[in-house]
Design a protein. Structure first.
Length: 451
């Protein structure tokens, strides 16, 4: 069992994995720590957590984890708040934000609050936390980029804004006087201080060290089993039981279709194996990869509007965070396949033999090589366009992809040109070949496109 880390806008998942081999979960909310404790992780780290419109993680959940002998670390955001409140009870606080809350230098929760984007994009921060604004202004003063009066005006303006509205452009526009900020504005992109991110990285490094050294958990204190606590435990346990029972029932239904079961079982196994392969290669999906996966999925599932996606998530019993995990898993499959490119062709031939399609495709490839004429550059462009339209719209009954380069790479080709050459050759061959076995049927000897 790996350590568990609750994180969202403060750090990207790939940054967490660079510092600690952990199970990464979305920002913590009420019941999440209790759920995590049941799997007995060696440690729990809390960085981000919900508090506005979503029930926050209970102090008692954290105390429950500590009672079970699991060290709980906190930093940066919600983690720093809870660590300051529970430091006397064994929670391990890390970083400057924690120290400031513990000493009383900070008191307001909004000092660490940020607006962030959805889970499917990796919780991108859309506003600036007040703790980072303070640290950035202090650094600018130290470097002589910002005068004291201007810095005070910026701090005053930022604090008066709602946490959702704290972005540097708006802060600088509202500062009085607004003059004297030109140098600061030029310095800001490279000079800004990421206080929460720095604290979170420090905490993850400390967690890794403690786990490597086998550091003992703090002495636990027994959690009182109050009525509210028992109700929380019952609610979470009931939800989990219902989910597990529902999952088993769904898989039992799938088993009644053995062909479909075998197909999805193999795909699920590939997804699980690819997670280890991607980690061994040190390659995790980045934001661009997740966006591409989301675009492809929404196009394939016909979910053009955000409302359509939300409805689809509800129908498939998924949260936004679980949806991002699904996209990341698909990206890891692509990463693993890319890493096996040199060995994949031989393995594909083995599977062709197993499926019984090898000899038919070998004969088809031989006929194509014998019948293909030399390329005619005079009408090459017209043939290529006609070939693509024929292949996608007639053969596959779908639109020509906007990104042929990605489509080609997904097929194991070098790029768009190699793919178009392949399709043009197939188009010409189908006009010339008179083998009845290929007429009026899928010309790939029974191998159907994945729909």
């Amino acid at each position: 069992m790996k350590a568990v880390v609750f994180v969202g806008p403060t750090l990207r998942a790939d940054t967490v994995r660079e510092l600690l081999d952990a199970t990464i979960l979305p920002p913590v909310q009420q019941g999440d720590v209790y759920r995590a404790v049941r799997d007995k992780p060696p440690a729990i780290g809390i960085i981000d957590g919900y508090f506005d419109g979503v029930p926050s993680v209970w102090h008692k959940e954290i105390l429950w984890a500590i009672e079970q002998g699991i060290p709980v670390f906190g930093s940066a955001s919600m983690g720093a708040l809870r660590a300051a409140e529970l430091a006397d009870f064994g929670m391990i606080g890390i970083g400057q934000v924690f120290e400031d809350y513990l000493s009383g230098a900070l008191e307001d929760d909004d000092e660490v609050a940020v607006l962030h984007g959805p889970a499917e994009l990796g919780f991108p921060p859309l506003s600036e936390p007040m703790v980072s604004i303070r640290a950035t202004i202090a650094q600018a003063r130290t470097e002589g980029v910002l005068q004291s009066a201007a810095g005070s005006a910026l701090l005053r303006t930022a604090k008066e804004l709602h946490y959702r509205d704290r972005v540097w452009d708006r802060i600088m526009e509202g500062a009085t006087p607004p003059s004297g900020l030109e140098g600061f504005q030029r310095w800001l992109p490279e000079g800004r201080v990421d206080t929460k991110g720095d604290d979170a990285r420090t905490m993850l490094t400390e967690m890794a060290r403690c786990l490597d050294e086998g550091a003992a958990a703090p002495d636990p204190q027994r959690v009182e089993r109050t009525l509210a606590w028992r109700e929380l435990c019952t609610r979470v346990d009931t939800e989990t039981t219902q989910q597990e029972t529902g999952a088993r029932a769904l898989v039992d239904e799938l088993r009644l279709d053995p062909v479909r079961y075998a197909e999805l079982r193999d795909r699920a196994a590939l997804s699980l194996l690819s997670q280890d392969a991607a980690r061994r290669q040190g390659r995790e999906p980045d934001k661009q990869a997740l966006l591409q996966q989301m675009t492809e999925h929404r196009l394939g599932a016909r979910l053009p509007r955000h409302a359509d996606l939300i409805q689809w998530l509800q129908e498939n019993d998924l949260t936004l965070a679980q949806y991002e995990t699904m996209l990341a898993d698909r990206s890891r499959v692509d990463i693993a396949i890319e890493g096996l490119a040199d060995e994949l062709d031989a393995a594909l031939l083995t599977e062709l033999r197993r499926a019984g399609d090898y000899s038919a495709l070998r004969e088809r490839a031989r006929r194509k090589a014998e019948q293909m004429p030399r390329p005619n550059s005079a009408n090459g462009a017209a043939n290529r366009t006609q070939s693509l339209i024929w292949y996608f719209e007639t053969r596959l009954d779908q639109a020509v992809p906007d990104d042929l380069e990605s489509h080609a790479i997904a097929l194991g080709l070098e790029g768009r040109d190699a793919f178009v050459d392949l399709i043009e050759a197939e188009f010409v061959f189908c006009q010339l070949d008179r083998n009845p076995a290929d007429q009026g049927s899928d010309v790939t000897a029974g191998i159907q496109p994945d729909g």
